[in-house]
Design a protein around this ligand. Structure first.
Ligand code: 6GU
Length: 263
C-alpha cells in the first residue's frame, strides 16, 4: 500500500513512522508513505495557506487552492476523482480522506475497509477548519478518530496509518495476531501472562500452565466475555456470540449476583 499525506506540519511525522512495525512494513516493501507539505503548493510569494473566515468570527481557515494543487499534483489532475457521497464501488479510485473532528468515526471496521485499497491520500485539517470546498470538491471521505478535538489531523493520520498498516498481509508476524485483536472479534482481549509464574506474589491462572489447550481456549473466551461485559457492555450487543458464549454470559451474571450477595 502507498499512502500520501498532505500536511502543513511534515515534521510531526518524523519519528512515529520510523520505528517498530511501521518501519519494518516499509523496509519489507509492504508500505510506502510520502509526506507532502501543503505549503510547497501555495503559489503566492509568502506561501500563505490560511486566511480569515468569510462572515467573520475568530481563527483561521485553510485555503482551498494549495490543498487542491498539492493533491492534484501528486495523484494526477484530471484523473476522475470520485466525490463524497458516491459511496463504495469507487473501484480502483484512490480514497481522498479529509481528517477532521466532523468526519465519520474511525473504527476497526473502517481500518479493514481502508486496508483493502492499494493507495490512500490523507489530508490533515488544521486551525479552526478547512475551506468547505475541500470537503465538497476534493475529498471522497472524511474521518475523525474519536469524540475529542486535536490541534490538527496529523496525529489522527498517524493513528490511521498504524491501524491500517498492521492489517496488511505479512506486516504482523503471525497471521492470527490481527484476527484475535479486540474489536476484530467484537470482544475485548483476554488477559495475557508470560514468565515468571509468580511475580511479587502475583500468580498466573493455573489453567494457563496446564497444557490443556481446549481448557485454555475456554478460559480465554470466558475472560474475554467477562472483560467486555464489565468494561464495554455496548460491544456485547453487536458481538457475534454463539450458544456457548451466551451460556458463559449467563454464568458470569450469576457469579456477579453471588459475589454481590456475599459482600
Ligand atoms: Cl481527524 N482531527 C482533529 N483536529 N481532531 C480530531 C480528529 C481529527 N479526530 C478526533 N479529533
Amino acid at each position: 500500500m502507498h499512502i500520501d499525506v498532505f500536511t502543513l506540519f511534515p515534521g510531526m511525522f518524523v519519528g512515529p513512522l520510523q520505528e517498530s512495525i511501521l518501519k519494518r512494513a516499509q523496509e519489507m516493501g509492504r508500505l510506502s508513505i510520502a509526506i507532502h507539505n501543503i505549503r510547497d503548493y501555495a503559489t503566492d510569494k509568502h506561501h500563505i495557506t490560511d486566511d480569515t473566515p468569510y462572515g467573520g468570527g475568530g481563527g483561521m481557515v485553510m485555503k482551498p487552492e494549495p490543498i487542491f494543487r498539492a493533491v492534484e499534483a501528486i495523484l494526477g489532475v484530471g484523473s476522475p476523482l470520485p466525490k463524497l457521497g458516491e459511496g463504495p464501488g469507487m473501484g480502483a479510485s484512490i480514497p481522498i480522506i479529509l481528517l477532521t473532528p466532523q468526519g465519520r468515526l474511525f473504527t476497526q471496521q473502517v481500518a479493514q475497509e481502508l486496508a483493502g485499497h492499494e493507495r490512500l491520500a490523507l489530508i490533515c485539517g488544521h486551525y479552526e477548519g478547512v475551506d468547505e470546498r475541500v470537503r465538497t470538491g476534493l475529498a471522497t471521505d472524511e474521518i475523525s478518530i474519536g469524540d475529542y478535538v486535536l490541534t490538527g489531523g496529523e496525529l489522527a493520520a498517524m493513528v490511521i496509518i498504524d491501524a491500517v498498516a498492521r492489517l496488511l498481509p505479512g506486516v504482523l508476524g503471525a497471521p492470527e495476531a490481527a484476527e484475535n485483536d479486540s474489536y476484530a472479534t467484537g470482544l475485548l482481549e483476554y488477559p495475557h501472562y508470560t514468565r515468571p509464574p509468580v511475580f511479587r506474589e502475583l500468580t498466573v491462572p493455573p489453567v494457563l500452565l496446564s497444557g490443556d489447550h481446549a481448557e485454555i481456549a475456554r478460559w480465554r473466551r470466558r475472560e474475554a466475555i467477562r472483560r467486555t461485559w464489565l468494561r464495554r457492555p455496548d460491544l456485547l450487543l453487536i458481538a457475534d456470540l454463539n450458544e456457548m458464549d451466551r451460556a458463559i454470559l449467563a454464568d458470569l451474571a450469576e457469579e456477579t449476583v453471588r459475589v454481590r450477595l456475599q459482600s
